[in-house]
Every structure is written in C-alpha cells, then in structure tokens.
Design a protein around this ligand. Structure first.
Ligand SMILES: [Zn+2]
Ligand SMILES: [Zn+2]
Length: 108
C-alpha cells in the first residue's frame, strides 16, 4: 500500500489492507475495523481536476433506540475548486465532513 493512505478513523497507516473491486479499492483498517472505498484515480465530476483531496465523511444511521448517530466513515474526494468551502471547513475543524443531507429529513 502506498503510505499516503491513513485510516480516517484512527490515523494508522500500517494496518490497512486493500482489496481491488472493479474501479475501486476497498480498504479495511485491521486496527479499528473501519472499511472504506478508494477510487485510485479520482476526478472532479464538475471540472475534471485530478488533484482531489480524500477526506473522511460521516455516515448517519440509526443505532439502538432509534437515535440517529454517526455509524461509519467513508472517504469522499473533494475538489480544491468546486468544494473549496467544504474542504476549508474540514481542514479548519479537523473533523469528518458532515453528511450531504440532513439525516433527519431522509430517514423515516
Ligand atoms: Zn483505523
Ligand atoms: Zn472541481
């Protein structure tokens, strides 16, 4: 594995296992059991830039008691142009990017 890759959850880079699945590489962190996908050649769908920044994004789900909470992280690729605002907020806060949608709206 290339060493520019770290687990977005625990930050380790030595315990990652990658498995190719079609266009994507599915990566598993054996330290914390997080699994996420990585596109080996990401490209901005809007402007076509290729120097995208992979960042962790929270995934909402329902845990016990029907509470909405962050149940997982996935990796999304942000474009320095098109997603500049989201990227800046992520870098400022150091925390995962919030989900695209308000979780309370979509889940019933
Ligand atoms: Zn991890
Ligand atoms: Zn772009």
């Amino acid at each position: 594995m290339s060493t520019d890759l770290v687990c977005p959850s625990c930050g380790r880079e030595d315990d990652l296992v990658g498995e190719r699945q079609g266009e994507l590489i599915v990566i598993t962190c054996t330290a914390c059991n997080l699994t996420w996908e990585r596109d080996p050649s990401p490209r901005c769908p809007t402007c076509g830039r290729r120097d995208l920044r992979p960042v962790p994004q929270a995934v909402w789900g329902r845990s016990r008691g029907n509470q909405l909470s962050v149940v997982a992280l996935r990796t999304i690729n942000l474009c320095p142009d098109c997603d500049a605002e989201v990227l800046r907020r992520h870098l400022d806060s150091g925390s995962p990017v919030p989900p695209d949608e308000n979780p309370a709206a979509g889940l019933k």
